[in-house]
Design a binder for this molecule. Sequence first.
Ligand SMILES: [Zn+2]
Length: 202
Amino acid sequence: MSKDIVTIIKSTNYSEADKILTVFGRELGKFSLFARGIRKINSKNRGNMQTLSTSKISFYEGKGIPVLTESELIETLDIENLKIPNVRRVLFLLNKFLQEYDPYPRLFDVLQAALKKELDIVSTNKLRIIFLKEMGFLEDFSSCIYCKSSEDIKYIDEETFALVCKNCYSKGKGKPLGDNPYASSTLTRLLDRYIKKVVEEI
Ligand SMILES: [Zn+2]
């Protein structure tokens, strides 16, 4: 029997009673899981395996896709209260970028922190930037693209999606991100666009 802590990132009905889940495991990375009988009302796993829930699971690895045996809920999200665009942003990223059985424990932990904040815009954008960096799609996001200064880098270059410092901004480069850069709608919009571009290129 194998074990991991997983967040459910996709759920597909398989038959009347079963589902195929895509999960992001802390130790194993992304993988598929067959959840037999999970759609039945008396299934003990049913409430633990909703999209974006995190559970401790046991599963059986035989031939083909691993089969869920037991689960214990760690954290669940009240989907009703979530901003749907952020849920979509995060699920899109996880499903598109993660490779099967390629573990990213650090990203898993950052995801858990973002889920605890109910995927507000700050935690969603932070998660997305750390994600892009970790996966090698964002070279440097801690200094100005023009002068390499790391002071007052609250501006952004629209074309390259790179940070710009106050000094270079005063010379006509970049756009302001405001006092709380991660909450900036400019950052959100440019990040949406940058991720779309990266996905088209991979
Ligand atoms: Zn600069």
